[in-house]
Design a protein around this ligand. Structure first.
Ligand code: NAP
Ligand code: ZN
Length: 352
C-alpha cells in the first residue's frame, strides 16, 4: 500500500500535525495525483473541530482538504481522459453511484451514495477518505477535473470548492445583466461569489462587517459595499435585491437579509454554521420570497466553471502558506483575517 505524508487532526481539540496515511494502489479507472496546492476551506475547520457533529460527525484522525490541484503521476489501464504530467483538480467529491436520478442529472453532489473527499466511508481501504492536506491522492477519473493551462495554480485550488459553490447557485438562479445581487460575507466563498456575479453582468453589493474590506470588495468587482452593522446602510437597500448569496460561516441574522429581497427574491445559503438559524416567516411571506440552500456543484458544472475561469482569467486571491502554518491559518480564518483564501504549497510537506 503506498504511504503518503499528510497533516491530520487526532481529535476535535488537537492541532493538525504531521502524519502518514495509506493511499490505494491505482485501479484500472484511477488517476494518481501529486498534490501541488490545496486551498483551506472553512469546512475543513468545521470538520477538524467536529462542529457538524449532528449532520456529519468527524471520524479521527481526519485529513481535511478538498481544493486540490496537482500533477498526474500514474493512470490505470482504462483511463482515457488523463495521462502522466497533466495538471488536474479534485474538489469535494471523489465517488458516487453513477445511476441515481441526481447522478443522471449531473448532480453527483446529491447522490445518496456520494463520497466526499474526506471524512466519508472509504470503500477501497475501509475507514474514511483522506483529503488534500497530503502529498498525493488516488481518485477515479470521473471525479478528476482538467485545469486550464493559463491560470496560476495556487489560485486555482480554491476554485474546486469556493469557486463551484458560488458559481452553481448564481447560474441556477439565472444571474445575468440587470439583476441586483448581494453577497454576504467577504471570505473565501464570498470573494469568489463577487467575481462570478460581476462576470455574469449583475449589479453586485457586498455585505461585510469589516470596513477594512471595503476597498478590496470594490477591487474584486463589487459596485457597492454595505457595512452590515450599520442599520442606515442596510435600510437603504430594503426590498431591492433579486438574489442574495449568504456565505457566512457562523451564527447571524438571516432575516435582516430576507427583508432586503424584492418581490419573488431569493436568498440562498451556502454557509453552513454549526447551529440552526431562526427564520421569520413574515419576512418571507411579504413579497413571496424564498430561502434556499446549495451544495457545491456536479462534476460537469465544476468543469464548466473551471473552463469559464480559464476564459475570463479568474482565480482566487490567495495567501500561499506552508503546511506548517495550518493551525495559525485556522485561527486567522476565524478572525476573518484572510485575503481571501489560504492555499497550501504542498512542497512544504517534504520538510514535515
Ligand atoms: P471564510 O473564508 O471564513 O468566510 C466566511 C465569512 O463570513 C467571513 O469572511 C466573514 O465575512 C463572515 N462571517 C464570519 N463570522 C461571522 C459572523 N459571526 N457574523 C457575520 N458574518 C460572519 O469561510 P468560507 O470558506 O468562505 O466558508 C463559508 C461557509 O460556507 C462555511 O460555513 C463553510 O463550511 C461553508 N461552505 C459551504 C459549501 C457548500 O457547498 N454549501 C461549500 C464550502 C463551504 P466579513 O468579514 O466580510 O463579515
Ligand atoms: Zn469547501
Amino acid at each position: 500500500m503506498p504511504e503518503a505524508k499528510a497533516f491530520s487532526a487526532a481529535s476535535a481539540s488537537s492541532p493538525l500535525a504531521s502524519d502518514k496515511i495509506n493511499r490505494r494502489e491505482v485501479t484500472d479507472t484511477d488517476v494518481q495525483i501529486e498534490i501541488l496546492f490545496c486551498g483551506v476551506c472553512h469546512s475543513d475547520l468545521h470538520t477538524a473541530r467536529n462542529e457538524w457533529v449532528d449532520m456529519m460527525p468527524t471520524v479521527y484522525p481526519v485529513v481535511p482538504g478538498h481544493e486540490i490541484v496537482g500533477k498526474v503521476t500514474a493512470v490505470g489501464a482504462k483511463v482515457s481522459k488523463y495521462q502522466a504530467g497533466d495538471l488536474v483538480g479534485v474538489g469535494c467529491l471523489v465517488d458516487s453511484d453513477h445511476t441515481c436520478p441526481s447522478c443522471q442529472a449531473d448532480m453527483e453532489q446529491f447522490c445518496p451514495e456520494g463520497v466526499f473527499t474526506y471524512n466519508s466511508p472509504d470503500k477501497h481501504l475501509g475507514g474514511v477518505t483522506y483529503g488534500g492536506y497530503s502529498e498525493s491522492i488516488v481518485v477515479d477519473e470521473s471525479f478528476v477535473l482538467k485545469v486550464p493551462a493559463n491560470l496560476d495554480l495556487a489560485g486555482v485550488a480554491p476554485l474546486l470548492c469556493a469557486g463551484i459553490t458560488t458559481y452553481s447557485p448564481l447560474r441556477h438562479w439565472g444571474i445575468t445583466k440587470g439583476k441586483k445581487v448581494g453577497v454576504v460575507g467577504l471570505g473565501g466563498l464570498g470573494h469568489m461569489g463577487v467575481k462570478f456575479a460581476r462576470a455574469f453582468g449583475a449589479h453586485v453589493v457586498v455585505f461585510t462587517r469589516s470596513d477594512s474590506k471595503v476597498e478590496d470588495a470594490l477591487r474584486l468587482g463589487a459596485h457597492e459595499v454595505v457595512n452590515s452593522r450599520n442599520a442606515d446602510q442596510m435600510a437603504a437597500h430594503m426590498g431591492t435585491f433579486d438574489f442574495i448569496l449568504d456565505t457566512v460561516s457562523a451564527d447571524h441574522d438571516i432575516n435582516a437579509y430576507i427583508q432586503l429581497l424584492g418581490l419573488d427574491g431569493n436568498l440562498t445559503l451556502v454557509g453552513a454554521p454549526e447551529k440552526p438559524l431562526p427564520v421569520s416567516s413574515f419576512a418571507l411571506l411579504f413579497g413571496r420570497k424564498s430561502l434556499s440552500g446549495s451544495l457545491i456543484g456536479g462534476i460537469a458544472e465544476t468543469q464548466e466553471m473551471l473552463d469559464f475561469c480559464g476564459e475570463h482569467n479568474i482565480t482566487s486571491d490567495v495567501e500561499v502558506i506552508p503546511i506548517q502554518k495550518i493551525n495559525e491559518a485556522y485561527e486567522r480564518m476565524l478572525k476573518s483575517d484572510v485575503k481571501y483564501r489560504f492555499s497550501i504549497d504542498m512542497a512544504s510537506l517534504k520538510n514535515a
